[in-house]
Ligand binder design. Structure first.
Ligand SMILES: *[C@@H]1O[C@H](CO)[C@@H](O)[C@H](O)[C@H]1NC(C)=O
Ligand SMILES: *[C@@H]1O[C@H](CO)[C@@H](O)[C@H](O)[C@H]1NC(C)=O
Ligand SMILES: *[C@@H]1O[C@H](CO)[C@@H](O)[C@H](O)[C@H]1NC(C)=O
Length: 386
């Protein structure tokens, strides 16, 4: 999601590091992940309209937990992975970015800093070592991860964190600015090379909800082309996707179908280095909340048409409607029944961590609560019964 996310999930104890492990931005060598041998056939792949994971081709359900890499208690990470594995959710999307423009203090997790005109990637104990633990725990629990590299929104820094460093003032400039793109690629390289041999990576993702309002459509599609090719040059064995909301395609002509936010779903989905195509679904934020259930069903079907024509799976990667089970379960059911769709991932997973309940942003579904029993468990069961 979305602009409404606050730092709440990371406030206080949840993000505090024990004093003994403070290490600032001191670089450490990559930890030895993936002691398990990985081989090509053990990496997830796309095939036609669906995915093959661990040798099994089927439709997959998953979820989002943007905050998981920002936790400092390993037991919390393991708890989430264990609960996902137990519940049959196979794919988890986490934020692979956390950019800051001032020193947040050594107690706070961040992955990259832009301070005094200098860009630094934080590979230390309060940096990418936290993401290392997510990857390691995912390997141990058989969970596959979607990991993205930057945010369109200012939550956890985003493209705006690069602005002063690059001498720019808008996201529109960020996509084409050489200094910003060079650093973005340096960050991609730091993350991708860390986990390129891990069987826990489902896919690399270029950004969260990239938009370029009023831009020529070539700005986003060229950036996708360049960036996806760059990721593949570092790691040709894992899949790549865009992280887009799925704007700009044929449909009822309402705002999300238009091209105003710079997205051209057909064009980015068609890129040869994009292995599967993603889109989100938030009728409340998009002015299409009247008859949200039917509007969402059509949104799912219209994306599936594009994916089917291109011979790639679509994934409904984020969706939410105020924790309304009827509507959200109907969307899941439509996604599962619609050829061209290979998976869906509700926004967002919630759990009770050592610091208390994870962030309720209005769309959080807590493990095993009533809403979970209404919209997660039956959907996973329906997939199993296919
Ligand atoms: C490769 O991975 C597959 C699936 O995990 C496994 O069955 C196979 O034995 C592995 N092959 C090698 C050579 O390690
Ligand atoms: C995300 O992108 C859109 C389109 O460029 C822009 O309107 C919006 O302000 C961006 N968000 C942030 C936080 O910059
Ligand atoms: C997108 O691709 C589909 C399938 O090939 C096609 O029917 C549709 O007209 C295209 N739409 C746009 C907006 O390019």
């Amino acid at each position: 999601m979305k602009r409404f996310i606050t730092l709440a999930a990371c406030a206080g104890a949840a993000c505090a590091l024990p004093a003994t492990s403070r290490s600032g931005v001191v670089a450490r060598s990559s930890s030895a992940l993936s002691s398990r041998a990985a081989n090509d056939s053990s990496f997830p792949s796309a095939s036609g309209s669906s995915f093959i994971i661990d040798g099994k081709q089927q439709y997959y359900a998953g979820t989002n937990s943007y905050w998981l890499g920002f936790q400092t208690n390993n037991a919390d990470v393991d708890l989430v992975m264990k609960n996902l594995a137990t519940s049959g959710l196979k794919v988890l999307r986490v934020w692979g970015f956390n950019d800051v423009t001032s020193d947040p203090g050594s107690n706070t997790v961040y992955f990259q800093s832009f301070i005094n005109g200098e860009a630094k990637i934080n590979t230390g104990a309060n940096g990418l070592e936290r993401l290392d633990y997510v990857v390691k725990s995912a390997e141990e629990h058989g969970i596959k991860l979607i990991i993205n590299f930057v945010n369109n929104w200012t939550d956890y820094g985003g493209m705006a964190a690069y602005f002063d460093f690059a001498g720019i003032s808008s996201n529109a400039e960020w996509y084409t600015n050489e200094k910003a793109q060079t650093q973005y690629q340096a960050y991609i390289k730091a993350v991708v090379t860390r986990y390129s041999s891990s069987p826990a990576v489902f896919a690399w993702e270029l950004a969260n909800e990239p938009r370029c309002k009023g831009c020529d459509l070539s700005v986003l599609s060229d950036w996708v082309k360049t960036s996806a090719a760059y990721v593949k040059s570092l790691d040709s064995k894992h899949m790549v996707t865009t992280g887009e909301e799925g704007f700009g395609l044929d449909g009822d002509g309402s705002y999300p179908y238009q091209f105003a936010e710079g997205g051209d779903f057909n064009a980015t989905c068609a890129d040869p280095n994009v292995d599967f195509c993603v889109y989100h679904l938030y009728p409340d934020s998009w002015g299409t909340a009247d008859n949200a259930q039917e509007w969402g069903n059509n949104w799912i079907k219209n994306h599936a048409k594009v994916c089917e024509a291109l011979g790639k799976p679509c994934v409904l990667e984020e969706f939410g409607f105020n924790n309304n089970c009827d509507v959200e379960l109907a969307w899941e059911t439509t996604a599962l029944a619609t050829k061209g769709t290979g998976g869906d991932m509700f926004w967002q997973y919630g759990d009770t961590l050592s610091s208390g309940k994870s962030h309720q942003d209005g769309n959080t579904v807590y493990y095993q609560d009533d809403l979970w029993k209404c919209m997660v468990a039956p959907h996973v069961a329906a997939i199993g019964n296919q």
